[in-house]
Design a protein around this ligand. Structure first.
Ligand code: MG
Length: 459
């Protein structure tokens, strides 16, 4: 089927992180979840593990999606509220046919989403998503005979097994000996169910914020931005903590705050962990996207490792690590991937590893200051779909003679920094990122290139 219909254009359902929308508006309603469930069951053909984050619409979407899956003869194992990486780990270790997470990650409370997990626990490749989209659009559902429809069973051990898996991958005695004290903001998300258990098992004293799952997000929205972290920062500044951390709604991303209450952007934790892991053995490989800070490359090289850049998106990073090797990888948004645990972003594993680093290497502020500091600016500018290719061609002409990287859009290396100009895959706009050693220069680079892109659009 896949070959025959390859030339046909099927409307895209899955974005970069599953399918998202405003509940009972957009397409994100129970009819959609039911029909998508039918497509997912038809594709997966076996036990499907199903979990949700903490959103108010989860039960509705879960029940509809589960119905569709069961109608195709697949059994559903209901993991309840779990972080996305917990569900991914469950799919992997239980050898399920695949998984589904009902989550909109860091989006505002009115959103929800449906994300598919491949049978090895990784995020679905685009190819497999397209296969599901084709089944959905053509309604080629394999409905089971009446006697063979699937069943749904609660599956209650996913979190315990996940926490156990993490403990096996960190130096627990060292963390326990360090008698650490941390502040944890769970953003009223799925991480609320994992973080306390993990910290207790690690012998860490902790104070939690927003640690009850609540889809109204009464504490703050579930994206770990500096604004949403102000309560955490204040708590850490009140004294007596070795570090603080905050997770997004489905707890695949973690952002850290040092012992002085300084918010560390995601590329800092990426660089800190990369440096630490590379220092254990020469020649280790780290994978990140072209949008990541030079700090990561500096950190890797400081400890004798090598770095590989990929297109933007955590599934791309994970795939590169799986296929070509790499002990560690991630994105600049706090999504860290540990190859020896699982090939996906993992918020709780990031916490455990950072605690090990602080236990063994000392204060987080010092560990952070040991790695060069850079400044990034992120801008976007509107561009009609039809003009994107021409803008890229013209941009290439302006970059003649300069060092460039065409891995994703165009990264242009300039005096004192770089600029990344990238057409969005899903929206009519260009993204322009810049980085430099000084904030002024980084801002200037971003401003200059936004102006240049606008000129190329209109020229
Ligand atoms: Mg997330």
């Amino acid at each position: 089927m896949a070959g025959k219909e390859k030339a046909e254009s099927i409307p895209r359902l899955f974005g970069t992180n599953g399918i998202r929308g405003v509940v009972n508006s957009d397409q994100m309603d129970c009819q959609f979840a039911l029909r998508l469930g039918l497509a997912i069951g038809t594709f997966m053909r076996g036990h499907v593990m199903l979990g949700t984050d903490a959103r108010t619409s989860n039960e509705m979407l879960k029940a509809a999606c589960a119905s569709g899956i069961m109608a195709t003869g697949c059994d559903v194992l209901d993991c309840g509220i779990v972080p996305t990486p917990t569900l991914q780990y469950a799919v992997k270790v239980n050898k399920a046919a695949g998984g589904v997470v009902i989550t909109a990650s860091h989006n505002p409370p009115e959103f929800n989403g449906i994300k598919c997990v491949y049978k090895d626990g990784t995020e679905m490749s685009r190819e497999n998503e397209e296969a599901i989209e084709r089944i959905y659009q053509h309604q080629e559902f394999s409905r089971a005979d009446w006697a063979r429809v699937g069943h749904i069973r609660p599956f209650t051990t996913a979190i315990d097994r996940y926490v156990g898996g993490i403990l096996a991958k960190v130096d627990v005695p060292a963390i326990r000996r360090a008698r650490l004290r941390v502040a944890a903001d769970c953003s009223n998300g799925a991480g609320s169910l994992v973080v306390p258990r993990l910290l207790e098992r690690l012998g860490v004293k902790y104070v939690t914020l927003n640690a009850d799952p609540n889809g109204a997000f009464p504490g703050h929205n579930s994206e770990p931005t500096p604004d949403n972290s102000s309560e955490l920062v204040e708590l850490v500044k009140s004294g007596g903590f070795d570090l603080g951390f905050i997770q997004d709604g489905d707890a695949d991303r973690t952002i850290f705050v040092d012992e002085n209450g300084r918010y560390l952007y995601g590329d800092r934790s990426l660089a800190i962990v990369a440096k630490y892991l590379c220092s254990k053995k020469k020649g280790r490989r780290v994978v990140t996207t072209v949008g990541s800070s030079m700090a990561v490359e500096d950190a890797v090289k400081m400890s004798g490792g090598s770095i590989t850049y990929t297109r933007v998106g955590s599934p791309v990073v994970a795939r590169e690590m799986m296929e070509n090797g790499g002990i560690f990888g991630g994105e600049e948004n706090g999504g860290l991937i540990f190859a020896d645990f699982q090939y996906c972003r993992d918020g709780a594993m990031a916490v455990a590893k950072m605690l090990e680093i602080v236990a063994l290497k000392g204060k987080l502020s010092k560990v952070n200051d040991d790695i060069p500091q850079y400044f990034q600016f992120k801008r976007k500018t509107a561009c009609p779909e039809g003009k994107k290719d021409r803008v890229m061609e013209r941009l290439a002409r302006t970059a003649k003679g300069k060092r460039t990287d065409r891995t994703d859009g165009m990264k242009i290396f300039l005096k004192g920094g770089w600029v990344l100009v990238r057409p969005s895959g899903t929206e009519p706009l260009f993204r322009v990122f810049s980085e430099s050693k000084t904030s002024e220069n980084a801002k200037k680079l971003a401003d200059d290139y936004v102006k240049l892109v606008q000129k190329l659009i209109n020229g």
